[in-house]
Design a protein around this ligand. Structure first.
Ligand SMILES: N[C@@H](CCC(=O)N[C@@H](CS)C(=O)NCC(=O)O)C(=O)O
Length: 216
């Protein structure tokens, strides 16, 4: 068995990695930290040993891997021996990888831009609201795309009837946008809601939440 440690910050993208580890049936040590004033405490950053101080971080033996998307790809390369999370055929594989990258580079980017506008624009609400209104166009397009792709899937998950790395990465981004209503303008996406519920119902996701104590 590999010697894996997951550095898990509460209420964060770290749940993506925990879910993937559970999907792969890998044993791992958990180093957990609550947030302090919304941030990762300095002692936790120091103990994890990555200069950027962001989570999740994964240690595999002596190798420290950062960025949830890079961790996701690393775990598939090293341990997804049956290619269940990242299928081998080129079209399905690149479809999964598109979601792995979109989770951060599109969905989290657009959602966080709005969250930061709310935080840092609080003293000029009229300007912040205008920026949020403009940026909500991106979020609504993103969510429409997700809804549409779910409609095309041959099963209940993003790429067919089994969980793939696409679900492991995308779930947190969609939950985060919807829970905080980041640019969603009160719209509802039924297939997205159903997919989120299906993901949350998997035994692997439930184990990840139970083991880590993750809260959104
Ligand atoms: N793009 C990175 C983002 C990592 C990131 O920003 N993590 C946040 C939590 S979701 C964090 O560690 N924040 C702690 C802090 O800023 O103190 C990834 O996908 O891993």
């Amino acid at each position: 068995m590999p010697d894996i440690t997951l550095y898990f910050l509460q209420a964060s993208r770290s749940i993506r990695t925990a879910w993937q580890l559970e999907e792969l049936g890998l044993d791992y040590k958990l180093e957990f930290s609550e947030r302090e004033s919304n941030k990762a405490p300095q002692h936790f950053k120091d103990s994890a040993g990555d200069a950027l101080g962001k989570f999740p971080l994964l240690k595999d033996g002596d190798l420290l891997v950062g960025e949830s998307g890079a961790i996701a790809e690393y775990l598939c390369e090293q341990y997804d021996t049956s290619s269940k999370l990242l299928p081998k055929d080129a079209a399905t594989r690149v479809q999964c990888l598109r979601w792995v990258h979109a989770a951060e580079a599109t969905y989290a980017l657009h959602g966080l831009a709005i969250l930061y506008t709310r935080w840092f624009g609080a003293d000029n609400k009229a300007a912040a609201d205008k920026i949020e209104e403009g940026m909500s166009v991106n979020v609504c397009k993103d969510m429409d795309f997700l809804e549409n792709e779910l409609g095309k899937s041959q099963g209940k998950f993003l790429v067919g009837d089994d969980v793939t790395v696409a679900d492991c990465m995308m779930l947190f981004s969609a939950q985060f946008i919807l829970a905080r209503q980041l640019g969603t303008k009160g719209k509802k996406w039924e297939k997205v809601d159903k997919w989120i519920a299906d993901c949350e119902e998997t035994e692997s996701y439930k184990r990840a939440v139970e083991k880590t104590g993750h809260k959104l």
